[in-house]
Design a protein around this ligand. Structure first.
Ligand code: 26W
Length: 800
């Protein structure tokens, strides 16, 4: 956009005076924010309709990304960046006498996701638009996003996240494009005159799905794609209701609003709640109606040439039987034809290896809510099992573990594999484990369907936007073309011995650390030393992610220091941020434990401030943006074989952090590019973990009894850590479950590797060179790369 600072500043000023008739009232932060949003939205709307018009005219093949979660983060700054207006706008805001950050923070951060899966969806939209691909997201406009976390006395409490309390400036309600969703009731098949069957429904619950569109602005390419989020509303009933219908009507209204009421706060854990099933059906039914309306002029048979639907985990996998239903019941196609079309349209991404996260629905609940969809799944299942019986006799005895309906449950991952043409994992190891273990038999049935697409992150948001000084240093050094082609970051490898460059890298990190230290002080009252190692673990709280291992390391260091206050260790600040699912009791206890340890360590003067422990509450995208640029050490310490990919690992690497991690998820691919001497790898490997599970030969008790450091820590917990009785549970839980995530087993290796970190950090030049090598190779993990691979490997899209 061709605005200079002066022009933009004047535009902001005139917009404010047009908006506020009272010329005497002073210009304020909210007024400036409102004006900038308005100016930008006007700009966007023009390009948006141009993009849509182009798609209408040229009719390219398009991708639709179905996801229950889109964790967008604040959008204003990233819109400005993609319009190449960020610096201009910052300057204009300053000239008006304000701090840009204050203005940008007026925006609510919509928390419409739990964690990695939701944030990935947001990065994918950014990259799809930035690469000029025709692709759009479909999701739900939850009125309440992921809960707001408050820590009270060390315990997590949850508050509702009503992110819509002020007008959200980036959405446009399109009431004229609302569709009707039908649920429950009864259905039966009736024969028509021509002998074909028709499905008739009675007493169905009807809900209106109203779309709200959010523009997805591509980077400097005039491409604006769409994220369409559905809001559930009661159907406006014009006819007067009979009095006895009144309460029924109220009840229906209430249940309609509920559907897009709140996002389930579960991550990597499945709960078979009826409302969630309703949400899933609501999303796919509305989105498919919308898509088919757009493609109403082409024949059903050509649909797979014109569109592809990527389903983000199994949550939107009901789209498969729903599309089949439409093709059969409404378009009146034959089963074989309808099934063939359906299968050519869907591609499924798996995001988890945690068996407790795999969705299965109880048949009874499912049939009551979605009677027709149930019939169709039965038929899909019948045909699938029959096919195995007839054509794959060697797999006959495997049918119970392959069948879509088994043990009175509907297995959604199996439905997703059977009903799609592509199944992908999100990192090499993850995709391998799917093929060789979790979905082994399916892989034998459909070897060509399985593929890998390693995750990525938007380098525009996670480097250019959040770390402007590093961005300048890079651009001053290798030019700016890396912003479009992030692989060119490898040109930085020439500077690993350039002390002047490394000094600047250091000074940027220090400044980011000072800024974070100020935030920490402001929010928690804790003073941290910006010369200390900022050791960071930020992610959902989960046993497999092993925040507890990190805590054990802190307790170990503390015990050492207590024994020998003169011990020469590099000062460290341990920074945590994590939300626990509200009903995940153990995860909440670990949050409490971190606070307990902090309360002991931070105020013990005998250790001379060498250790500090900080827990920042309410982890979300905006907080991540503050922590990541200030991180020295990135903790990626999941039990090997459990973390599908991880994406926080990539964000921190891109900002120059070194990683301490297990050979899990994308850590492995990070190690392959940076080489092992530029990372700190420790712990069991995935095949060792599987081996132990198989042989049942792990005895947690033995491991800890033989390690006096662990004896000490565990007994401290057992005895109620320095008077904190609530810590006892952690001791009992860990030992009574035989430490299923191998915290005790990996402890020793972890501590030794942390000693290496400690030493490396003191060798400043070498540390900085390693940091630079990490940044230089991080382009491989740009979501531009990932989307390029989806577009050519799965979607078969051409750039618009
Ligand atoms: C139904 C309950 C539920 C909700 C969310 C089950 C499972 C999930 C997600 C699949 C959990 C998730 O976010 N998985 C993460 O996906 C990221 C993006 O691919 C990966 O980087 C993480 O490793 C993976 O844990």
């Amino acid at each position: 956009m061709e605005w200079d600072v002066k022009q933009l500043r004047e535009k902001i000023q005139t917009t404010i005076s047009e908006n506020h008739s009272d010329q005497n009232s002073p210009i304020s932060v909210p007024k400036v924010y409102e004006a900038i949003c308005q100016i930008l939205m006007e700009l966007i709307e023009k390009d948006w309709s141009r993009t849509n018009q182009k798609y209408d005219e040229t009719k390219p093949k398009q991708v639709f990304y179905f996801s229950m979660e889109f964790l967008l983060g604040r959008l204003l700054q990233s819109y400005l960046l993609n319009y190449q207006l960020l610096n201009t706008c910052n300057q204009a805001i300053k000239e008006l006498g304000f701090d840009p950050e204050e203005i940008y923070y007026c925006e609510q951060d919509p928390g419409l996701g739990n964690g990695g899966l939701g944030r990935l969806a947001a990065c994918f939209l950014d990259s799809t638009a930035s690469l000029s691909y025709p692709g759009h997201g479909y999701g739900i406009r939850f009125r309440y996003g992921l809960f707001e976390q408050r820590i009270i006395n060390g315990y997590q409490t949850e508050l509702p996240d009503y992110w819509l309390k002020d007008r959200y400036p980036w959405e446009i309600r399109r009431a004229d494009e609302a569709v009707t969703i039908q649920l429950a009731g009864h259905c039966y098949l009736k024969e028509r005159e021509d002998g074909s069957l028709i499905c008739l429904y009675e007493n169905q619950e009807k809900i209106m799905a109203v779309p709200y569109d959010i523009p997805i602005v591509g980077y400097d390419n005039q491409t604006i794609n769409t994220l369409r989020l559905w809001s559930a509303e009661p159907i406006a009933d014009i006819e007067e209701q009979e009095e006895d219908q009144y309460y029924h009507q109220l009840e229906q209204e209430h249940s309609s609003w509920q559907i897009s009421g709140f996002l389930y706060p579960d991550d990597s854990h499945y709960e078979g709640k009826q409302l969630r099933l309703k949400q899933q059906y609501f999303l796919v039914s509305a989105s498919l109606q919308d898509i088919l309306r757009k493609y109403s002029s082409i024949s059903s048979a050509t649909l797979p040439k014109k569109l592809v639907i990527q389903i983000n985990d199994t949550h939107p996998s009901l789209a498969i039987p729903e599309l089949l239903r439409i093709l059969l019941d409404e378009k009146r196609l034959e089963w074989e034809v309808a099934w063939e079309i359906t299968r050519k349209i869907f591609a499924y991404t798996n995001h988890t290896l945690m068996s407790e996260a795999l969705e299965t629905w109880p048949v009874d609940m499912f049939r009551e809510l979605l009677p027709r969809i149930y019939m169709l799944i039965e038929e899909i299942n019948e045909r699938f099992c029959q096919d195995i019986w007839l054509n794959q006799p060697h797999l006959r005895q495997k049918i119970p573990s392959l069948a879509i309906i088994a043990d009175h449950q509907i297995h959604m991952a199996r439905l997703a594999v059977v009903g799609s043409f592509s199944v992908n994992g999100v990192a090499k190891i993850h995709s391998e484990i799917l093929k060789t273990r979790e979905m082994k038999d399916f892989y034998h049935l459909y070897p060509k369907r399985f593929n890998n697409k390693t995750n990525g992150i938007s380098h525009r948001r996670w480097l250019v936007m959040v770390n402007p000084r590093l961005t300048h240093l890079i651009s001053d050094t290798i030019g700016t073309s890396w912003v479009r082609h992030p692989r060119e970051l490898t040109h930085l490898l020439r500077y690993t011995k350039d002390t002047f460059f490394l000094e600047q890298l250091h000074s940027i990190k220090q400044e980011n650390k000072r800024k974070l230290a100020a935030i920490i002080h402001q929010r928690t009252g804790i003073l941290v030393d910006d010369q200390s190692i900022f050791d960071v673990q930020i992610k959902r709280m989960h046993e497999y992610k092993r925040q507890l291992l990190n805590v054990f390391h802190i307790l170990y260091l503390y015990n050492e220091l207590k024994q020998n206050p003169k011990l020469d260790i590099t000062p460290r600040t341990f920074i945590f941020a994590a939300k626990a699912a509200p009903n995940y009791y153990f995860a909440k206890e670990v949050i409490k434990l971190i606070h307990t340890v902090a309360s002991i360590v931070n105020y013990d003067h005998t250790i001379h401030g060498k250790l500090k422990v900080v827990f920042l509450e309410n982890y979300n995208v905006s907080l991540a943006e503050k922590i990541i640029p200030a991180t020295d050490l990135s903790e990626q310490i999941s039990t090997a074989g459990k973390e599908a990919s991880g994406t926080g690992n990539m964000k921190m690497m891109m900002n120059g952090a070194l990683t301490i991690g297990t050979l899990d998820g994308a850590n492995i691919e990070m190690k392959n590019v940076v080489q092992k001497e530029n990372m700190f790898i420790f712990g069991l490997k995935a095949d060792e973990v599987y081996h132990i599970y198989q042989n049942n030969d792990y005895f947690a008790n033995e491991v800890y009894q033989n390690d006096e450091r662990l004896v000490r820590i565990l007994h401290q917990l057992r005895d109620g850590l320095f008077g904190h009785q609530e810590c006892k549970n952690i001791y009992y839980h860990l030992l009574s479950t035989n430490d299923p995530f191998f915290i005790l087993k990996d402890f020793s290796d972890y501590v030794e590797t942390q000693q290496l970190v400690d030493h490396s950090y003191t060798e400043k030049q070498r540390w900085l060179a390693k940091s630079l090598i990490n940044i230089a190779h991080s382009g491989k993990f740009s979501s531009d790369q990932t989307i390029q691979e989806y577009a050519t490997g799965i979607w078969k899209l051409r750039k618009g």
